[in-house]
Design a protein around this ligand. Structure first.
Ligand code: FES
Length: 236
């Protein structure tokens, strides 16, 4: 019995050993073994190869690029310079137009100055002119009035000013005819000091237009004026 079993087992083992390796079961087993062997020795991800297959493609812009970097920079500088020059020119034109529009017109400038013929004003008399919408007093003073104006003690004045500070020529007194209290127009050759009197609240000005009594705080204002030639006065 044992000899029979041995006789059957040995030929079967030999047949198994000589079975072809390309049998499907043998190939699968071999692949499995190879994979297991590789996994055991190399721990790389099964997706490691995914990077080699790109799914996005960057377009080629090279044909839109200039020939050289320096050429591109020259073009950029040219464009920046041109745009800057155009902007500056536009801004200048805008500001110039604005200033021209805002400046006074010729008729307004003509009204800004008035010219007076002084020969028409006799000594000891006043005239009243309108200049820039305000009254202007011009008095041709006598020698006695000039002396009286200079005799006043400056320290006694509310708004200390010498007569010489208020006139360019002693015989010609030029002032704005607006009371420095609340803006009334004073009356000439009136008041306690022989000058001007404001009836609104009782301010008295002397022959130099300085405040001497009453509520007005300041002397009558002196406008800009000049004598361009003898006998001619320009106010403004
Ligand atoms: S406005 Fe002249 S005194 Fe008041």
């Amino acid at each position: 019995m044992a000899a029979t079993t041995l006789r059957n087992t040995i030929p079967r083992a030999l047949r198994s050993a000589s079975a072809p390796l390309h049998h499907p079961s043998v190939t699968a087993a071999a692949t499995q073994v190879r994979y297991n062997t590789q996994s055991a020795t190399d721990a790389r991800s099964p997706f490691a190869q995914a990077g080699s297959h790109r799914t996005t493609k960057i377009p080629d812009f090279s044909k839109y690029r200039g020939g050289s970097t320096s050429g591109n920079k020259v073009f950029q500088y040219f464009m920046v310079g041109t745009m800057g020059a155009l902007t500056a020119a536009g801004s200048k034109a805008l500001v110039q137009d604005f200033l021209v529009n805002m400046s006074a017109s010729a008729d307004v400038l003509a009204m800004a100055k008035i010219e007076v013929d002084l020969s028409a004003i006799p000594e000891g008399k006043n005239i009243i002119l309108k200049w820039r919408g305000k009254p202007v007093f011009i008095r041709h003073r006598t020698a006695a009035e000039i002396e009286e104006a200079n005799a006043v003690k400056i320290e006694s004045l509310r708004d200390p000013q010498t007569d010489a500070d208020r006139v360019k020529k002693p015989e010609w007194l030029v002032m704005l005819g607006i009371c420095t209290h609340l803006g009334c127009v004073p009356i000439g050759e009136a008041g306690d000091f022989g000058g001007w009197f404001c009836p609104c609240h009782g301010s008295h000005y002397d022959i130099s237009g300085r405040i001497r009594r009453g509520p007005a705080p300041l002397n009558l204002e002196i406008p800009e004026y000049e004598f361009p030639e003898e006998g001619r006065l320009v106010i403004g």
